[in-house]
Design a protein around this ligand. Sequence first.
Ligand code: AMP
Length: 536
Amino acid sequence: MRSTMQDAPLLIRDIVRHGQWMYADKEIFTATPTGIVSGTFAEVALRAERLAAALTRLGVSRDDRVATLMWNNQTHMEVYLAVPSMGAILHTLNLRLFPDQLVFIINHADDKVIVVDANLVPLLARIKEHIGSVRHIIVNGSMPDAPFEVLDYEELLEAEEPGFDWPDLDEDDAAVMCYTSGTTGEPKGVVYSHRSTWLHSLASTSANSIAFSDRDRCLLVVPMFHVNAWGAAYTAFMAGTELIMPQMFLQGEPLLNMISELRPTLALGVPTIWNDLLRAASEHPHPDLSSLNRILAGGAAVPRFMIEAFRDRHGVDVLQGWGMTETSPLVAVSLPPRGVTGDRETDYRVKAGRVMAGVEIRLTNEEGAVVPRDGAAVGEFELRGPWITGSYYGADAPELFRDGWLRTGDIGTLDPHGFMVITDRSKDMIKSGGEWISSVQLETTVMGHDDVYEAAVIAVADDRWHERPLCVVVRTPGSQVSAEELREYLSTFVAKWWLPEHWSFVETLPKTSVGKFNKRELRRLYAEGELEVSTL
Ligand code: AMP
């Protein structure tokens, strides 16, 4: 028997219409060199309509790719709203990629138009000769001496009227695409649909996940070029959540100022950003994080000390989230269950999170057999669901799927209540004497030492044990802490045979294009003898 419900497609244009009407007065704030500017949801939506008209006039039609090379700002939001709603496909470009990676991605996606922030035009100029598919480059901001022919975003909008007639689309049509960061091989394109975006947004409003609502004002530090800012842009319009867009002001000090001035309730970003915010707050005479009631930290393991420092020093709860480009990205959020208090509460926040309704999860061992959800058996996480990708755009990668499940490459445990604990990426695990050592646990633990600002652990070859951990540490300013002291500190938390004997102290750790520790680069530095390593 069929149901009697109406057959209404889930389209991004309806998220736009909803936010435009229900939350017309809500604001999007953008940090600029001369201060904060803002626009209401109603204004942003009307400007998105003008943009759609302008793009249509430029010849953009169904399925054409419109790329962005932009910071988090209001204009980027307008492109986010306009492009999928008009039936074209938004392709967000990661502005921290190397030029040849950008060339590869733009050509692979066959981008027709690029909208670029004026201060990123020099980056585009370096690759302009190699991106033949691109017919128009639209610049956001003043650009009197562009090195090539460009169109001015504001002039394009001024020439149009609002009231664009958003077309009827199929909910399974492509809406947005984003390439993985490509730490192994070429970057791979993931294509999100209108339907997957809708369902992901709805799930993000759930009280068991991030719980975006119209009571929130969200500091969006996670870049809009990285998995749609974890879905926050669309969810904000759906839920009436105001957004603060920091553009390139991503260091602890300006973020601290934005928080005290604009008083967000919620903030999204990777742990390295929050570590920097904690540092800036500790150096400030009167840091004010009192408006924040939660920070969503994800994309990499969140160290326990960070969760405790935000709670104890600033009264802010840290929620951890787990996800990946292939999963839209949100899969799990670490909301502690009711009735759990004290240290046990923190134990839950240290986990990657509990899996949200809509995603199926299982753990498999090296033979591909499913292992128990008992919080002890270790395996690779595999996922299935309406916002999990089933393939890559124009690239075969059968090894990344098993019987319709996405293989995540993340290793860990799953408890009977669906909480994930990540011990490692499979390629980062350390096999010592036939047993696994978790690099994630070592680094998040050592970062709890007061004299450690950042730490990353990689495997190095060992004649006797096959592999042993090398711990690369950035000390806090002024500290002279030694490898012996850190090893001693670690020994109270982990098994003796886990304790690294190889240590290296550096000024900074290499980061990936989205701000995570770049272990591939660390391995290269080690292999080429560029790390000074002491062995205890
Ligand atoms: P990306 O596709 O660039 O967002 O990277 C996804 C990867 O980030 C995942 O496969 C994990 O390895 C890692 N990751 C994301 N969230 C977490 C987390 N909470 N804890 C540990 N690793 C994480």
